[in-house]
Design a protein around this ligand. Structure first.
Ligand code: AMP
Length: 279
């Protein structure tokens, strides 16, 4: 595996492969776990060349959020990617991605106004900006994203379609710990007790899914079920729970079988975690 830190060098390598070999990109912020690695395996099946980027993107964090504290473990990440036989690991510098005088933002409108976009109004424009920059540098044929950040996956898909980018945006399923907690770099912030508690979100989502598969329910009822499940756990605060059309995140009032997204964000202590389920 080659480690590339220069944007120009990465761009040159990708241009030299263009038209000869297909390229799949897996954008990450590092601190890699099995969830990330599952996306790498999808990328390797899709294309001849796999590139994993590691970049903790400052523009998707608001000033009060955890950019400085975000877990970083470059050495371990590189070893994990080497073991999988990744072709290139792209690790650009903050100052190269956003040099002095940088002023361009990519923003997707409607789909980013709900769910995480409501609680983190800065977030998605930072994500689409950095992903569009990575797409410009690498010009991949495929880009692989996780269902864990389902709104992000949809948003990138909208951006690619709206801007006529010749990139197929592919989704990988959520990889979970044994107790159901979705793997996340932020899980490393949880204390032992919080880690135990954190599984409550996925347990509640799966419990509600079971009930929904038995009977159609008004969304109001589903919401109150989620809130009442979560209220049983000390130190947990619900940021949001929504039951939406999984195609476009539009609202629904009655649960209907087929392509319904149930998405939630909770705080366990001070750690914000997200999860979702598609029925
Ligand atoms: P991040 O490093 O958190 O920005 O995530 C990089 C990519 O990995 C995103 O496309 C995420 O959706 C995906 N991802 C994060 N956690 C998981 C997980 N538990 N299972 C599958 N994909 C994940």
């Amino acid at each position: 595996m080659k480690i590339i830190r220069s944007i120009k060098k990465m761009q040159g390598i990708c241009v030299s492969h263009k038209g000869k070999k297909t390229i799949a990109l897996v954008p990450t912020m590092g601190c890699l776990h099995q969830g990330h690695l599952s996306l790498v395996k999808i990328a390797q099946k899709k294309a001849a060349i796999t590139i994993v980027s590691i970049f903790v993107n400052p523009t998707q964090f608001a000033p009060h959020e955890d950019f400085a504290a975000y877990p970083r473990n470059e050495k371990a990440d590189i070893n994990k990617l080497k073991a999988l036989g990744v072709d290139y690991c792209f690790i650009p510098k903050d100052s190269d991605m956003y040099p002095c005088g940088y002023q361009t933002v990519a923003r997707v409108n409607n789909i980013t106004t709900t769910l995480c976009g409501k609680s983190r109004p800065h977030h998605f424009s930072g994500v689409t900006t950095v992903v569009l920059k990575l797409f410009g540098i690498i010009q991949p044929d495929f880009a692989v994203f996780g269902q864990k950040d389902y709104q992000q996956f949809l948003t990138i898909g909208v951006m690619a379609k709206d801007l006529n980018l010749p990139i197929k945006v592919v989704m990988g399923k959520i990889i979970r710990e044994k107790d159901g907690l979705a793997m996340s770099s932020r899980n490393t912030f949880l204390s032992q007790q919080e880690r135990k508690t954190a599984a409550c979100m996925s347990l509640a989502l799966h419990h509600i899914k079971k009930l929904c598969l038995k009977q159609n329910m008004p969304v109001k009822k589903i919401r109150s079920l989620f809130f009442s499940e979560l209220s049983k756990h000390k130190g947990v605060r619900v940021d949001y729970f929504e039951c939406l059309n999984a195609n476009d995140l539009s609202k629904m009032t009655q649960y209907r079988r087929g392509n319904t997204l149930m998405a939630a964000a909770i705080f366990v202590g001070r750690v914000r975690l997200i999860d979702n389920i598609i029925i």
